[in-house]
Ligand binder design. Sequence first.
Ligand SMILES: NC(=O)c1ccc[n+]([C@@H]2O[C@H](COP(=O)([O-])OP(=O)(O)OC[C@H]3O[C@@H](n4cnc5c(N)ncnc54)[C@H](OP(=O)(O)O)[C@@H]3O)[C@@H](O)[C@H]2O)c1
Length: 272
Amino acid sequence: MESQPSQTMNGAPGRALITGASGGIGAELARLYARRGWNLVLWGRDAIRLEAIARDCRQCGVNVMVRALDLQDGRAAIAAYREDDAAMPIDLAILAAGLGDMKTPDEVTEKAEMVLELGLVNYATPSAMAAAAAEAMVRRRRGHIVLVGSVAAFHAIPFAAAYSGSKAGLKRFSESLHMALAPHGVGVTLVSPGFVDTAMSRRVVGFKPCLQTPAAAARQIAGAVERGQAHLVFPFLFSILRLVDVIVPWPLKRWILSRLKAGQVPRGQISQ
Ligand SMILES: NC(=O)c1ccc[n+]([C@@H]2O[C@H](COP(=O)([O-])OP(=O)(O)OC[C@H]3O[C@@H](n4cnc5c(N)ncnc54)[C@H](OP(=O)(O)O)[C@@H]3O)[C@@H](O)[C@H]2O)c1
């Protein structure tokens, strides 16, 4: 049993909105917060998987709403966030949805359409949703926003420019938002995971050091929220690699990074 009380810090019942709740880390976060008694608003694209997770969560006796929406439509996401918040205030917004992709072996870099899609899903829409959440939370002088980035944000990755670039943008946005919202009683946590065993990482062919389970990832994220931590990086190995990236001179770094190789199973071939 989880020990966390089912209440926000001011004693009101907690309500969390989670994007990417139809699979992987987002689904585990939904189950964890349901066990802790939080009412939930679960977003995803696949309505059938989303409803199955919602059913699991309702078994814990909490109220669960679902919303199937493609985050490539950022304006629809902003409007939907405001609608869900107006229906009942959201205390915790966890923006976990994301897309991992890289170039194919025969491409020099990713296709323009893929760069746009990753930019929208991994950076533009979660940032805009965080701004919509901030608007409402600052008015209430309480709330917490979680942005799920990636350790890929720390490094220039030649075969995944769109992924590392979109997550780097999200990282900078989150750090800026954290400073802007702190005086208003609203918390922001950036989460930078390494490899977590989900459909996304199962598409990656190659060495995946310190692979974590989605349940372990969810527990660490919830812990960071409780502590009001600005940035969570896990597992620890990636904090070291981040430091190495900062201190190694650029010519050596470029030599190492440009020799990195990874492959990826095409989309749709790995199920959740
Ligand atoms: N797994 C890892 O190793 C790893 C490492 C670093 C960072 N991360 C980050 O962790 C987060 C969660 O990833 P995960 O590993 O749980 O991946 P996952 O199992 O593939 O789940 C991704 C989630 O994002 C949703 N999503 C993807 N594209 C979407 C779109 N266009 N509109 C709406 N929802 C969309 C998916 O919805 P549907 O399934 O319904 O389409 C799914 O719920 C991502 O931000 C990812 O970048 C993961």
